[in-house]
Ligand binder design. Structure first.
Ligand code: E4P
Length: 224
């Protein structure tokens, strides 16, 4: 399972990349707006920090505009994946970009049928938004399960990128269902690491170790 970071913040990306488990980054206009930097520069910098797909979203809502913007974004770096919202005008844009070999992440997916249509259009990734579905008392993970079931019946090659993850349970559930990717905020990725019993256990090991006389603790290096 791949872990993507859902942020446009370079410090967060740099730190998560240093942990060695970062496979990609997703951005969106709201995340970019928080950074106060040029969009192009931000995407260039992100691509330097992570060796994997970096989603950059178009803001046009007509097909021609999305196609043009998508092609411009793809020129920034070979790892750029163009994010297209799932709207009617987006369908030909997904197809057009895919046919040019440009990877497309179809965003704002809230139903299995939207995911199926995006896959039929040639999407590389579909992004169901689990947190936003949970927010309206729907079950985000049920939609993910249905998408995976549908994709299993066919051979689209489209990967399910579970988005709008808000807590570690979302990641556990996405992994149990076999989703290819989960994208999450930095805070959630950090939460995945911590377990109170690990911290308590380590403290006890180190305290007990300190009680051993120094001469009994030292390692003798065997020279070969
Ligand atoms: C990812 O591609 C989405 O932009 C993101 O996960 C949305 O998350 P949110 O619902 O927490 O804003």
């Amino acid at each position: 399972m791949k872990f993507f970071l859902d942020t446009a913040n370079l410090d967060e990306i740099r730190e998560a990349a240093s942990w060695g488990i970062l496979d990609g980054v997703t951005t969106n206009p709201s995340l970019v707006q928080k950074e106060g930097k040029t969009f192009q520069r931000l995407i260039e910098e992100i691509c330097k920090l992570v060796d994997g797909p970096v989603s950059a979203e178009v803001v046009s809502t007509d097909t021609i505009g999305m196609l043009q913007e998508g092609q411009e974004l793809a020129k920034i770096h070979p790892n750029v994946t163009v994010k297209i919202p799932f709207i009617k005008a987006g369908l030909p844009a997904i197809k057009g970009l895919s046919e040019k070999g440009i990877p497309v992440n179809v965003t704002l997916i809230f139903s299995p049928i939207q995911a199926l249509m995006a896959a039929k259009s040639g999407a590389t990734f579909v992004s169901p938004f689990v947190g936003r579905l949970d927010d309206i008392a729907d079950e985000g993970m049920k939609v993910v399960a249905q998408i995976l079931e549908i994709f299993d019946n066919y051979d689209f090659g489209t990967e399910v990128l579970v988005a709008s993850c808000r807590n570690p349970l979302h990641i556990v559930e996405a992994a149990r269902l076999g989703a290819s990717i989960a994208t999450m905020p930095f805070k959630v990725m950090e939460q995945l690491i911590h377990h109170p019993l690990t911290d308590v256990g380590l403290r006890k090991f180190l305290d007990d170790w300190a009680k051993i006389p120094k001469e009994l603790r030292e390692l003798t290096v065997v020279k070969s």
